[in-house]
Write a protein that binds this ligand. Structure first.
Ligand code: FAD
Ligand code: NAP
Length: 338
C-alpha cells in the first residue's frame, strides 16, 4: 500500500542541504507497487524522481509529487568466460554496490568508488570518474514509464549515453523511473590508471595491481580532495567540462599556455572547467551563504542556510565571468527541481 506524505522537509535528502519542502512525498521501497502508483499518479502529474539528492538543486517549495526511490537488491544474473552480468535495484547506494561487487570478486567499477547517490541515478548522467564511465560497464536497465504505466527494458542505444549525459536528462522530466540497472563486468580485469592522481599514487606504482588497491586509492584521493556533504553541503562538480572545437582550443592555448585540456577521440578538446573557474578568480570565494570550494573550483558549497536562488545566482555569476574571459559557455551539471 502506497503511503503519500504531505509537506515533507527534504533538507536531509539533498547533499547541498538546501531547505526545500515537497507538497507530496512517496518513499518507494517496493518495486511491486509501481502499478498501484500508476493509478494514483493521475492526481500528481509532473512527478519528480529523487535518489540520494546528490545531483539536484531543490527549490524551496515543490508543489508536486516527489518519488524517492529506496528499492534494494543485488544479484548475479549471468556469468560466462568473458563477463558477469550483475543487476542492482535503483535504490541501492552506489558506493555500497561497488564495494559489494568487489567483495564478491566482481571487479570493474572501482574507479567509480565513493560517488554519492543511488544506482538508479547513475545512468541519468552516465556517471564517470578517473577514466571510467558507466556506459563502458553498462548492459541494460529496466525503467518504469510513469506516463504509460508500464515497464520497459532499455539497452545502451536507447539510453543515448554521452559525456555526463543520457536520454534521461532530455526526455520529459519525470517520465522515467529507473527500476534496476544491469552491469557487464569483465572476468579478465585490467586496471584503468591513466588519471594523474592514480599515476602518482604509491600503492598503484607496481607491476601487478589488484582491484581492491584501485578502490582504496580512489577512496583515499577523493576523501582528500572533495568536501564531505555531511560537513559542507555540495553537489560535487557544478559544471561539466566543456568540449570545444580544435580551433577554439588552439586559440585559447596560445593566449593561456597553462590551459588544462584533453584531446577527445573526435578531434575536439575537453577543457578542465575547474581551471577556467580558478583562473577567473573564483576559487575559495564566498557570496553570502554560498561559495566556491577552496580546494576544488568546480564545487559550489552551502556554508549554511542557502536557497536554490543563492546557488543558481552564484553559478550564473561564474558562468558569465568564464564566458567573458575565455569565450567558453559552461553547462550546469546538477538537475534543477522546481
Ligand atoms: P539525485 O541527485 O537524486 O538525482 C539526480 C537526477 O537523477 C535527477 O534528475 C533525478 O530525477 C534522476 N533520478 C534519480 N534517481 C532516479 C531513478 N531511479 N530513475 C530515474 N531518474 C532518477 N558524479 C559523477 O558522475 N562523478 C563523480 O565523480 C561525482 N562525484 C560527486 C562527488 C560529490 C561529493 C557529490 C555530492 C556528487 C558527485 N557526483 C558525481 C554527482 C552525483 O553523485 C551523481 O550524479 C549521482 O549519480 C547522483 O545520484 P543521486 O541518487 O543522488 O541522484
Ligand atoms: P583531476 O584528476 O584533477 O582532473 C581534472 C580534469 O581533467 C577532470 O575533470 C578530468 O575530466 C580531466 N582529466 C584528468 N586526467 C585526464 C585524462 N587522463 N584523460 C582525460 N581527462 C582527464 O579531476 P578531479 O577534479 O580530481 O576529479 C577526479 C575524477 O572524479 C574526475 O573524473 C571527475 O570527473 C570525477 N569527479 C566528478 C564529480 C562530479 O560531481 N561530476 C565530482 C568530483 C570528482 P573528467 O571530469 O571528464 O574525468
Amino acid at each position: 500500500m502506497l503511503k503519500f506524505l504531505q509537506d515533507q522537509d527534504l533538507s536531509a535528502f539533498n547533499t547541498l542541504g538546501l531547505a526545500a519542502t515537497a507538497r507530496h512525498l512517496l518513499r518507494l521501497d517496493d518495486g511491486a507497487t509501481l502499478p498501484e502508483l500508476h493509478e494514483s499518479i493521475q492526481a500528481h502529474p509532473n512527478a519528480m524522481v529523487l535518489g540520494g539528492g546528490s545531483n539536484v538543486v531543490l527549490s524551496r517549495s515543490l508543489p508536486g509529487l516527489v518519488v524517492k526511490v529506496e528499492t534494494k537488491g543485488i544479484r548475479l544474473l549471468e556469468q560466462t568466460a568473458r563477463e558477469r552480468v550483475v543487476e542492482a535495484r535503483a535504490g541501492e547506494v552506489w558506493h555500497d554496490f561497488v564495494a559489494h561487487c568487489l567483495t564478491q570478486g566482481w571487479p570493474g567499477l572501482e574507479n567509480l568508488a565513493l560517488i554519492p547517490g543511488t544506482v538508479g541515478a547513475a545512468p541519468v548522467q552516465n556517471i564517470g570518474a578517473y577514466g571510467v564511465e558507466l556506459d563502458q560497464r553498462f548492459h541494460s536497465l529496466l525503467a518504469w514509464d510513469l506516463q504509460a504505466g508500464r515497464e520497459v527494458e532499455m539497452g545502451p542505444e536507447d539510453c543515448r549515453f554521452a559525456y555526463r549525459d543520457s536520454v534521461f536528462k532530455h526526455d520529459e522530466p519525470g517520465r522515467w523511473l529507473i527500476v534496476a540497472v544491469r552491469f557487464r563486468l569483465p572476468v579478465e580485469w585490467r586496471p584503468v590508471l591513466e588519471y594523474p592522481d592514480l599515476q602518482r599514487h604509491a600503492s598503484l606504482r607496481q607491476r601487478e595491481v589488484l582491484p581492491r588497491q584501485v578502490f582504496d586509492a580512489v577512496c583515499e584521493i577523493r576523501r582528500g580532495k572533495l568536501p564531505d556533504p555531511a560537513v559542507l553541503g555540495n553537489a560535487g562538480s557544478f559544471f561539466k567540462n566543456p568540449v570545444v572545437e580544435a580551433g577554439h582550443y588552439r586559440r585559447l592555448k596560445a593566449e593561456h599556455p597553462g590551459l588544462v585540456a584533453y584531446a577527445q577521440p573526435d578531434g575536439r578538446y575537453k577543457l578542465a572547467a575547474g581551471w577556467l573557474i580558478d583562473q577567473a578568480g573564483w576559487k575559495g570565494r564566498r557570496v553570502g551563504p554560498v561559495g566556491v570550494h577552496e580546494r576544488q573550483a568546480l564545487v559550489l558549497v552551502n556554508h549554511g542556510g542557502a536557497t536554490a536562488d543563492d546557488v543558481l545566482g552564484l553559478a550564473g555569476q561564474i558562468k558569465a565571468s568564464v564566458d567573458q574571459r575565455f569565450g567558453v559557455v559552461l553547462e550546469q551539471e546538477p538537475v534543477i527541481f522546481r
